[in-house]
Design a protein around this ligand. Structure first.
Ligand code: ZN
Ligand code: MN
Length: 134
């Protein structure tokens, strides 16, 4: 592999490591700030490009929330999330993935169902406790 190829590999590896080392579901901007600490000349465009490549390869997940920024998840396996409407955090949910929903839909509508995504919204435990302490 040439030097340019090594550089590309190094950037991609670093971005994957950054995502795998956190469960905060960060934005691309946050990943970029972290990556710059180790590769000061990396650009935001490079970060976006690598996030897209990693997503295409099934190594990470992109969680898009309509008009707000996408968040990224280093865990590519389907799992559910809870979005706190107060602090904005996206938290992993300790519930098993209900694959039976996919079968139910496939049976009912005759669609070919490949996957499903489920998000819960509300106020997180930390925010509830902070409110109660006031
Ligand atoms: Zn919260
Ligand atoms: Mn997650």
């Amino acid at each position: 592999m040439g030097r340019a190829g090594q550089r590309v590999t190094r950037q991609k590896k670093l971005i994957l490591e950054i995502l795998r080392s956190t469960n905060t579901h960060p934005t691309a901007d946050w990943v970029y700030e972290q990556a710059r600490k180790q590769l000061p000349d990396i650009s935001l465009g490079t970060v976006y490009r690598n996030l897209s490549v990693l997503k295409g390869a099934g190594e990470i997940m992109e969680l898009s929330y309509g008009s707000t920024f996408s968040r990224y998840d280093g865990n590519p396996h389907n799992h559910y999330h809870f979005v706190c409407e107060k602090c904005g955090r996206v938290l992993d949910v300790a519930l098993p993935v209900r694959t039976e929903l996919e079968e139910e839909l496939a049976l009912k509508e005759a669609h070919l169902v490949r996957s499903h995504r489920l998000e819960f919204y509300g106020v997180c435990r930390d925010c509830l406790e902070a409110d109660r302490a006031k």
